[in-house]
Design a protein around this ligand. Structure first.
Ligand SMILES: Cc1cc2nc3c(=O)[nH]c(=O)nc-3n(C[C@H](O)[C@H](O)[C@H](O)COP(=O)(O)OP(=O)(O)OC[C@H]3O[C@@H](n4cnc5c(N)ncnc54)[C@H](O)[C@@H]3O)c2cc1C
Length: 465
């Protein structure tokens, strides 16, 4: 009785429901990773994220073998052919049962339905396990509907959360015997120079991930509420790359947090738990409202929005050449490191969708291509929140002024100066919006848009819908 577990965004041994269940019975287990560059390209996964995952897999492979679980690679070419290629693997290795953790995007759900029925044809069971802290089907409003607003969702989530939901599963059981020789991790070369420089900044391996989490809880979580909005400070957990690829589970984080601290409103711990719940909320949204994972606005009327099709403005935004120091520094952080601070994600997304009136989908796609933590649900949720088209979104008339945001959250311009070296000698009082003659001297561009006029244009466009 040979079993197959297939990795997705759950690259861990501890607290991995499908992997643990597959290991019960100790009948011989293969853990497989699907190597599918064509699919990654199609869904705009950043090569940095993929390389990061493969680096981590090097360590997971050793840990799996220590438990006598064989590691195999299923080579696939595109999402459509993935099912056939899994079926070929199942036949070749005479697999009797397959185990996966549920993914919530439309394509993944469709793939899993097809896989289930195709495997059924050859009498192989597909066991799908839920991958949320609380199964999204169980969280409902008093009238039995699904939540569309975060705060009441989070209240019900907290009220429903039991010790059982938070119980952490141990690592998979030792199988005593390796049933197949393991495969090597495939080669995957980074070509983007920024990514080549950035990858070494993201250490991998289960011990490293736990260490990052523990240090954050020990040293930073208490001050999180007070300091999290200042991009020049290292005050957030930076766990998003690890959570996105499932190198640590959100459940594990909450379990350990609540073991140490009480969940008291107003504290850093409560605020941090809320962010983990935002992550769960966006997964819940793509599950219950699949239109958002089909490139549609959550709020249907905004599908009628007439966005501006201005390639030059879009490229200036992508390359950090807007002439607004905070935005350009944020985009440089994204381009050079594959990560961006949350406050800045909101500021740059609002600038693109409101001041430039460019379609949020273009920004969403660009983020996915660059982010090491690119996560379909959170990215879509963040973009639609900023564009006011989404679930529980910022109202369209609430448009951040990027200069005011800069003065408030990067008062001394430390973050700006770190990422835009030509601005390093600009005095503090000029850093947020240097005068034009000053810009000329240091070859820093003029603003590509008038903030007042573009705000007015956005308000008109949104109110016309
Ligand atoms: C336009 C936009 C796009 C975004 N795209 C992504 C994305 O692709 N992947 C991603 O993981 N997050 C995304 N976020 C959410 C957030 O910016 C990042 O999760 C956060 O900056 C990661 O830093 P951290 O790990 O230090 O977070 P912390 O502040 O330490 O928070 C802890 C964890 O909570 C989760 N989290 C925090 N804030 C949010 C949020 N607003 N929405 C959902 N989950 C959250 C993350 O998993 C994060 O690691 C996006 C936000 C916006 C506004």
């Amino acid at each position: 009785m040979k079993k197959l577990f297939i990795f997705s965004n759950d690259l861990r041994l501890q607290d991995n429901t499908a992997l643990y269940n597959a290991s019960l019975g100790k009948n011989g287990l293969i853990a497989a990773y699907i190597f599918n560059p064509e699919k990654w390209d199609n869904q705009n996964d950043s090569p940095l994220k993929i390389k990061f995952q493969l680096n981590h897999l090097h360590q997971l492979k050793d840990e799996l073998e220590r438990k006598n679980i064989s590691f195999k690679v299923i080579h696939a070419d595109g999402i459509k052919r993935e099912v056939d290629q899994i079926l070929n693997f199942v036949s070749e290795y005479k697999i009797n049962e397959v185990f996966i953790n549920r993914e919530y995007g439309c394509n993944e759900r469709l793939r899993d339905e097809n896989l289930k029925s195709e495997l059924g044809e050859i009498n192989v069971d597909l066991n799908i396990f839920d991958s949320s802290i609380i199964n999204p089907e169980l969280i409902k409003t008093g009238t039995g509907n699904y939540f569309r607003v975060f705060t009441p969702y989070s209240k019900v989530f907290r009220a429903e959360l039991t010790e059982k939901d938070l119980a952490i599963l141990p690592e998979p059981l030792d199988q005593n015997l390796l049933v197949e020789e393991s495969d090597d991790i495939p080669n995957y070369e980074l070509t983007d120079e920024n990514f080549l420089n950035a990858i070494s900044k993201y250490p991998v391996g289960p011990e490293t991930v736990n260490y990052i989490f523990e240090q954050f809880v020990k040293d930073k979580v208490s001050e999180y509420k007070k300091l999290r909005d200042f991009p020049s400070l290292d005050s957030t957990s930076k766990l998003s790359p690890y959570l996105t690829s499932g190198m640590i589970s959100a459940k594990y984080c909450l379990n350990k947090l609540l073991e140490t601290f009480d969940d008291i409103p107003g504290t850093g711990q409560h605020a941090w738990m809320n962010e983990i719940l935002w992550r769960e909320f966006y997964k819940y949204i793509i599950f219950h409202f699949p239109r958002v994972s089909q490139s549609k606005s959550f709020s249907e009327k905004y599908d009628l929005m007439k966005w501006r099709d201005d390639e030059k403005d879009f490229q200036d935004w992508c390359k950090g050449r807007t002439g607004i120091p905070l935005i350009d520094a944020a985009m440089t952080q994204l381009n050079e490191t594959g990560w961006m601070h949350n406050r800045l994600r909101m500021v740059v997304a609002m600038f693109l969708t409101k001041n430039l009136l460019i379609d949020w989908r273009r920004g969403e796609q660009y983020f996915m291509k660059r982010l090491i933590d690119g996560d379909h649900a959170s990215n879509n949720g963040g973009w639609q929140w900023s564009a006011s088209t989404g679930v529980d979104a910022a109202p369209y008339f609430r448009i951040f002024n990027p200069i005011t945001q800069s003065e408030k959250f990067d008062k001394k311009g430390e973050f700006i100066k770190k990422f835009i070296p030509v601005l390093k000698d600009v005095p503090e009082k000029l850093i947020h919006n240097p005068p034009n003659d000053f810009r000329l001297n240091i070859s820093y561009p003029k603003m590509i848009v008038d903030l007042k006029e573009s705000r007015k244009r956005a308000l008109e466009a949104f109110s016309n819908i």
